[in-house]
Design a protein. Structure first.
Length: 107
C-alpha cells in the first residue's frame, strides 16, 4: 500500500523534498500570496541544527568550568587547613619555648 503523505503525516519532514502545494479550484486565481523562497528557512534550519550540535559542547564546557571552580575551592580549603595546622604547631612551639625560658630563669 503506497499512499502519499498527508499534512499531519508527511512522507518526509524536509520541505525541499515535499511536493509543492497546488491551489485548490475553489480559490480565485491570484488570491494566494506569491511563493516565498525558502532560503531564509534553510538558513534558520541550518543555524538551529548547528546550535543543536553545539549543545553538548556547551554543556561539556560548562561542566569543565564548574569542575575547575570546584577544584579551586578544594585547593583553597586544603591550604586553609594546612595553614591552621601550622599555626597550631607554631603556637605549641611558642608555649614550649616560653616554658623553657621560664624554667631557665627560675634556676
Amino acid at each position: 500500500m503506497n499512499t502519499a503523505g498527508t499534512i499531519d503525516r508527511p512522507l518526509t519532514h524536509d520541505p525541499q523534498k515535499q511536493a509543492p502545494m497546488k491551489p485548490s479550484p475553489s480559490e480565485p486565481a491570484g488570491s494566494a500570496t506569491e511563493d516565498v523562497t525558502s532560503i531564509g528557512a534553510n538558513e534558520s534550519r541550518q543555524n538551529r541544527n548547528r546550535e543543536m550540535q553545539l549543545i553538548p559542547e556547551a554543556l561539556a564546557r560548562a561542566h569543565m568550568h564548574e569542575r575547575l571552580h570546584e577544584a579551586e575551592r578544594e585547593r583553597r580549603a586544603l591550604r586553609l587547613a594546612a595553614a591552621r595546622r601550622m599555626q597550631r604547631r607554631a603556637e605549641r612551639a611558642s608555649l614550649r619555648a616560653r616554658r623553657a625560658l621560664a624554667i631557665a630563669v627560675m634556676h
